[in-house]
Design a protein around this ligand. Structure first.
Ligand code: GLN
Ligand code: ZN
Length: 757
């Protein structure tokens, strides 16, 4: 390698039009044979590789493809299969692999959790039942396939041992080192086999290096890599990090690996400072993650060029690999099929394929800085400028808006009690009711213009009426309209607010075959007209009971969208908050004065480094408050959150100052309750009393005991009874049967409490 080269960290699996997803689901439903399945998957894999080859990427990653998830692949490769799957050793059968991901009749699925701070979810490996062994060398297979089929000398991607073990569960923390010692020889074996096959550079993913790992852990990390690198002769390791700046730069650059990959987008400032302060070793390659792998906007290549020039002092061109900042798994595949985006937006975008073009352009402009290349760079940058020049209105938190309620919770609570006179332990739900097939079909037709507004709206009203009647029948205390008009809690609002646009194929893998298509915030977000008033008022017209208004909060809308990258996330959050406040006020004006503003994604926006938590939490909470504060004291603001690990942010949750909060809990109820044993929460709270994620119908007794347990730490006067999340994914029968039991359980505990008084 004489001069700068290009690479990236992984290509999306899902295909330009989600063909990967369709094949997976067809196989699961037995619509295609295993043979067809494997052959289709292979063709997608090769198709993607071929594209990268045509785009002239120097180091093309292999083994970034997966049939489900790369962490699950790694577990399967080491025979790390929980006992309940009756695995007997050898290569893990495909059926077992999918059972681990999705559960089977006999065994529940492995847990799934978020991959660092992204919206991708991986399957959590469960170590411990059996000693790991290398039962399959997947990176080797991928390497050999690329070589044989396309004559590509691939760069195998391997999830490194330290991160793999850190992300796993099922072992005692104090055995960490022991298990790591078991894994190391397996990694050596895997890499030696790659070496024998002729691999020259392997990407060892160790994103754990950007989290708060301790000095002791870093020392252990170094030991592991010394051992691994010491056992290899011709194959080089690129130790790859992403999502943030590395925590132990000084130690990292001492490791005997050939290359170090750093994120120069999310971790730009700190990583750059580390290089400038401590230098970069002369014998190493630098993987410069300069093209954003997490967002969809074109890069400004001129800035990138300047950065690269600036780095020349420390790293010569022949030691530079221009890369994406992370795997491209987190952005859509290609702009090719987008025909409906506003031209000014489309011009400013770069999905995976376009990012690869950027890498090539950048590399070529460095190799040959002639007029032709310079012009290409200028043209590239200009094309996105029009959007960037369009003005972004809010530069800081709009000072005119209040971010705290006029009175304290105690004062508001008094007014609100007098207003509604709800019984002790009021019952309610989180917002959505099941969406029937007919409703979904009707919406699809309506979107295509095959169904008139009148017919569609009449259908929605019919559903609302049925469910208002049902809530009346079983005796819930606070009703909801059911969210039948919404397909997705962010898209629905995005379509009605100004500043958003939507791609046709901008899908990103969320978990397994499930993909999401995040809205694109390209301009000033603003309120256009009321978005939820009509349905809510209709529901309210059918009953004397209060109907809660139902909105998605600013932080969740932000975290589940792609946002312009020339503005800060904080600014964007406040702009959304300002628009949502107008909706809250529209509801209030229309007489809907119990309003829930959901923030299920607030927790997941938490930065990876704890030193950055406070800043995020501060503006996130303030954005929420901005959207909910300018209302009457007697207006009751609810919020809902979807996670259980929230000990560390409980104070921020309290700072949101919602009158009532409902929290998803059923899967780890005990854990949550112990949080409240240590922390006083003195506002209204509903801890979900049953798990809506399972089709199982909990009986009355079971819920009574959950409520009683919660009441042992929380005051009954502030406690609400509700399921732990919205019911849209359940069948009508499941939802109805569980709710009847929930109301009965509430009544039982309520009578007992009243009698005891
Ligand atoms: N109100 C939403 C619903 O009930 C909340 C969903 C969520 O928390 N993810 O569906
Ligand atoms: Zn939820």
């Amino acid at each position: 390698m004489k001069t700068v080269s290009s690479s990236h960290l992984g290509y999306p699996r899902i295909g330009e039009k989600r063909e990967w997803k369709k094949t997976l689901e067809a196989f699961w439903s037995s619509a295609i044979s295993e043979e067809e399945f494997f052959s289709d998957m292979k063709s997608y894999r090769l198709h993607s590789l071929k594209k990268q080859q045509q785009k002239d990427i120097d180091y093309i990653p292999v083994n970034d493809f997966s049939l489900y998830d790369h962490v699950l692949d790694t577990a399967a490769m080491f025979g790390v299969v929980p006992e309940r799957f009756d695995y007997e050793g050898g290569k893990v059968p495909l059926s077992t692999y999918f059972s681990m991901a999705r559960g089977s009749d006999r065994a529940h699925a492995c847990e799934m959790t978020k991959w660092f701070d992204t919206n991708y979810h991986y399957i959590v490996p469960e170590i411990g039942h059996k000693q790991p062994e290398l039962v399959e060398n997947k990176p080797l297979d991928a390497f050999l396939e690329a070589k044989k089929e396309l004559d590509i000398q691939g760069k195998p991607v391997v999830l490194g041992p330290f991160t793999f073990l850190k992300l796993s569960k099922g072992y005692d923390e104090k055995n960490f080192e022991k298990i790591l010692d078991q894994l190391v020889p397996l990694y050596i074996q895997l890499l030696q086999e790659l070496e024998t096959a002729g691999a020259s550079l392997v990407q060892m993913d160790e994103p754990i290096l950007v989290t708060d790992i301790s000095t002791e852990e870093m020392a252990l990390f170094s030991k592991v890599y010394e051992k691994i690198a010491g056992s290899l002769r011709t194959v080089d390791l690129m130790l790859q990090t992403y999502f943030e700046a590395v925590t132990h730069y000084k130690e990292l650059i001492k490791l005997p690996v050939k290359g170090i990959g750093l994120d120069f987008v999310s971790g730009l400032e700190e990583n750059l400072r580390s290089i400038q302060t401590y230098g970069f070793p002369e014998d190493k390659l630098l993987g410069l993650g300069i093209i954003d792998g997490r967002n969809i906007w074109k890069s400004t290549l001129e800035d990138a060029l300047n950065m690269i020039k600036q780095l020349q002092k420390h790293v010569s061109y022949d030691r530079l690999l221009l890369q994406s900042s992370s795997s491209l798994l987190h952005v859509p595949v290609s702009l090719k099929h987008e025909t409906k985006l506003p031209p000014i937006v489309k011009e400013a975008l770069a999905f995976s394929d376009e990012k690869l073009d950027e890498l090539t352009l950048l590399r070529d402009a460095i190799i040959r800085p002639d007029i032709e290349h310079i012009q290409a760079i200028v043209l590239h940058d200009q094309s996105s400028n029009e959007l960037l020049r369009s003005e972004w209105r809010v530069k800081q938190h709009p000072v005119s808006l209040k971010s705290s309620r006029s009175s304290s919770f105690v004062e508001r609570n008094k007014l609100q009690r007098d207003k509604w006179k709800l019984p002790l332990l009021p019952t309610t739900t989180i917002g959505s009711f099941p969406q029937t097939k007919e409703m979904r079909k009707a919406r699809a037709k309506w979107r295509k213009g095959e169904l008139s507004n009148e017919v569609y709206e009449a259908l929605i009203q019919e559903e609302i009426k049925q469910w208002i009647d049902y809530q009346e029948e079983i005796g819930l205390d606070v009703f909801v309209h059911g969210e039948f008009e919404r397909n997705d809690m962010v898209e629905f609002f995005g379509e009605k607010l100004a500043g958003f646009t939507f791609s046709q194929n901008g899908w990103v893998q969320s978990y397994g075959s499930r993909c999401v298509k995040p809205p694109i915030i390209f301009g000033n977000v603003s309120f256009v007209e009321p978005m939820t008033v009509k349905e809510t008022l209709y529901a309210q017209s059918l009953t004397q009971k209060p109907v809660k208004g139902m909105l998605t909060g600013p932080v969740t809308i932000l975290n589940w969208s792609f946002v312009r990258n020339d503005i800060s996330r904080k600014e964007a959050a406040f702009q959304i908050a300002e628009a949502l406040l107008k909706e809250v006020q529209s509801l209030e004006k229309a007489g809907i004065t119990m309003i829930q503003v959901d923030e299920p994604a607030l927790r997941e926006g938490l930065p990876l480094k704890s030193s950055k938590h406070n800043d995020y939490l501060k503006w996130a909470v303030e954005a929420f408050r901005t959207s909910t504060s300018e209302v009457a004291d007697s207006t009751q603001i609810h919020t809902h959150m979807c996670y259980s690990e929230f000990d560390e942010i409980i104070e921020s949750i309290s700072d949101m100052d919602a009158d009532v909060i409902s929290i998803e809990t059923s899967r780890s109820h005990a854990e949550l309750i112990s949080t409240f044993e240590e922390t006083v929460y003195d506002k209204g709270i509903g801890l979900g009393v049953y798990d809506i994620h399972s089709p199982r119908i909990p009986d009355e007794k079971e819920m009574v005991s959950i409520i009683e347990r919660a009441l042992s730490v929380l005051p009954p006067s502030l406690f609400w009874i509700n399921p732990d999340c919205g019911l849209k994914t359940r069948s009508v029968d499941e939802a109805k049967n569980a709710l009847v039991n929930m109301v009965k359980a509430a009544h039982q505990v309520r009578s007992a409490a009243v009698a005891a008084k």
